[in-house]
Structure formats: structure tokens, C-alpha cells
Ligand binder design. Structure first.
Ligand code: AMP
Ligand code: ZN
Length: 125
């Protein structure tokens, strides 16, 4: 799915919330960034620590993933490990989960990993 709408060639706008956050067109409380990944606080946290980890390149859902997306998705998992260690959860542990499709509870159609931590069995969103 191509979520980018072009009004003017030099002024791309997108209707995807997480693409807008990646482009700094919408605000977010950013926790981690590298060349492939952005991670920011979930605005409705469901655990003491609840961070969303997204590939910078738009991918609507795991249901649309192809081999071209393997690196980006893997980089999100590596970011989860780094975030977990940076926040002191490397030994204690944390949960990383992906909701996919309507019955999987996916609401935002830009792939995101829910990183939740801070209590035993931290509920993923
Ligand atoms: P999902 O149900 O897996 O699609 O998760 C979407 C998540 O995005 C939910 O946990 C929401 O609380 C979160 N969310 C929605 N809008 C924002 C936003 N603007 N900034 C940060 N998190 C958001
Ligand atoms: Zn997107």
C-alpha cells in the first residue's frame, strides 16, 4: 500500500499517522532513532513502559510484508533489544508484539511493534 499522497512534488504529504511522525509532521515523544527505525511512546500506554517501534519505510501490516521488508522488520527487533537494554530491562525482560489485521487488533496501518515492560506479564497493546 502506498500511503503517500502528492500535492506538490516538493511537498509530499501522507495520510499515514506513523509516516507523519517519522517525517516530524506530527508530534511524538521519541525514544530511539536510527537510519531504519523510529521508536516513540504510545500515547495510551497499557504498561508502565509502552513504546511503539516502527520501520521508517511505510509497510501497512505484516499481512503485506514481502522479502523486501525483512531487513526493516528485523531492524525493529534489534531496536527493541537496544531499548530494552538501555532502559534496564535486558535481564528482567519485556514483551514485543505486533497486532495484525482487524481481528488481530490492528488500528494503525503502519507496522509497529509494541514494546511493553515494567511489570510481570506487561500487557501488549
Ligand atoms: P494497534 O492497535 O496495534 O494498531 O496499536 C496502535 C497504537 O497506537 C495504540 O496503542 C495507540 O495508543 C497508539 N497511538 C495512536 N495514536 C498515536 C500517536 N499519535 N502517538 C503515539 N501512539 C499512538
Ligand atoms: Zn506509514
Amino acid at each position: 500500500m502506498d500511503a503517500v499522497l502528492y500535492r506538490f512534488p516538493e511537498d509530499p504529504v501522507t495520510d499515514c499517522l506513523f509516516c507523519r511522525i517519522v517525517a516530524r509532521q506530527n508530534p511524538a515523544d521519541i525514544e530511539y532513532e536510527d537510519d531504519a527505525v523510529l521508536a516513540f511512546k504510545d500515547i495510551y500506554p497499557k504498561a508502565p513502559v509502552h513504546i511503539l517501534i516502527v520501520p521508517k519505510r511505510h509497510l501497512a501490516s505484516i499481512g503485506e510484508m514481502t522479502e523486501a521488508d525483512v531487513d526493516a522488520v528485523g531492524r525493529c527487533l534489534l531496536a527493541a533489544r537496544r531499548i530494552g537494554e538501555a532502559k534496564g530491562f535486558g535481564e528482567r525482560g519485556y514483551r514485543v508484539n505486533i497486532n495484525t489485521g482487524p481481528e488481530g487488533g490492528q488500528v494503525v496501518y503502519h507496522v509497529h511493534f509494541h514494546f511493553t515492560a515494567g511489570k510481570r506479564g506487561s500487557a501488549g497493546g
